[in-house]
Design a protein around this ligand. Structure first.
Ligand code: ASP
Length: 342
């Protein structure tokens, strides 16, 4: 049995329901020395107060984060690429209805669901993005196919759906994405005549992952349903390379979550990379500058996860909390939601 077949079998043993066949696996099972690697994921930022969350739902979120993290970690541990690791973690989060991406995406003002996603490979700085897709089960897989198989960087709407069909990407009926909870949120938002983010006006449920692999390569991916009651046709920061997602091996890989309009105005993800590159600040200092100094100048709220070319991780936000998790090779996974867990 070759390495690829072995991996697929192991991944299925680890979670029989999870389909890993889309990955371009290139793993070395016979590795004797495991080099440094690390991964971080997020499930959105916002007003996440312990006092307002019931223990049952808190543990559901923690479990989902831990499982999503494990998907990517396993790939990195087996010598796989950062690009495969972020893909696997984001696919898991898209399939989980707790988060605002894939199944569980929020509704537009028209009562439809329009999803955005992007992915970037730090090694080549190739990127792929999709916007306003409505029937793609895993938008991040379509973004990855745009990266690998299209001469373009971003496809939107019907053109993206057609490209997906031609590439054999899994499409589902629009009903698949429906969840009662999100529909209720739309009704409330409409009643209050407001455009809200995820569960309430101050929570974001976008998902993302960043990783540093054993070959010293970086990658980032982000996926979202956007904002509840958003205008039909609105596109946020998530599929915009440099705003919601960035990866380049010389600086860092970033995935953002927050009010997309502010993240686009500040080019948040690329901004962090530029501060590192030109001002020569560390990952942590650069993230701090953008999240706590620059974004607040325009009242931008949200957070991001980041990893640098040495595998250092930084998970930061200027909101009350952020669903997040990280793990470095050989260390325990850390799962957090609230600010006080920082
Ligand atoms: N950034 C996303 C958007 O504006 C929302 C989120 O992070 O939840 O579409």
């Amino acid at each position: 049995m070759n390495h690829e077949a072995k991996l697929i079998r192991q991944l299925h043993l680890c979670d029989p329901k999870f389909d890993f066949h889309y990955l371009n696996v290139n793993l070395s099972f016979n590795q004797t020395t495991v080099k440094k690697f690390s991964i971080a994921i997020h499930g959105g930022a916002g007003t996440l107060l312990k006092s307002e969350m019931n223990p049952k739902s808190e543990s559901k979120y923690r479990e989902a984060l831990s499982k999503a993290l494990a998907k990517g970690y396993f790939i990195l541990e087996s010598g796989g690429s950062a690009l495969d690791a972020v893909t696997a973690s984001v696919v898991y989060l898209e399939d989980c209805p707790l988060f605002n991406a894939g199944k569980g995406s929020v509704f537009t003002s028209k009562g439809t669901q329009e999803m955005d996603a992007s992915i970037m490979d730090g090694k080549t700085q190739d990127a792929g993005a999709v916007a306003m897709v409505r029937r793609i089960k895993n938008p991040v897989l379509l973004a990855r196919t745009v990266l690998e198989k299209s001469e373009h960087l971003m496809l939107a709407g019907k053109g993206a759906e057609l490209f997906a069909k031609k590439q054999g990407i899994k499409r589902v009926s629009e009903d698949y994405f429906f969840t009662k909870q999100r529909y209720k949120q739309l009704l409330v938002a409409k009643e209050n005549n407001e455009i809200t983010l995820d569960h309430d006006s101050r929570k974001f449920g976008t998902v993302g992952a960043v990783a540093f692999d054993q070959q010293n390569c970086l990658a980032a991916a982000t996926s979202t349903g956007g904002m509840t009651n958003k205008k039909f046709g609105r596109i946020g920061d998530t599929p915009i390379i440099g705003s919601g997602t960035w990866a380049d091996n010389s600086t860092c890989a970033i995935s953002c979550t927050g009010s997309g309009e502010y993240f686009m105005r500040m080019n948040v993800a690329f901004h962090v990379a530029c501060i590192m590159k030109y001002a020569k600040l560390s990952l942590e200092e650069s993230v701090h500058k953008v999240i706590h100094e620059l974004l607040p100048t325009i009242n931008g709220d949200g957070g991001l996860i980041a990893v640098d070319a040495n595998g250092n991780l930084c998970l930061d936000f200027n909101t009350e909390g952020m669903y997040r998790a990280y793990q470095k090779n050989g260390e325990k996974a850390v799962i957090s939601i609230f600010k006080e867990e920082k």
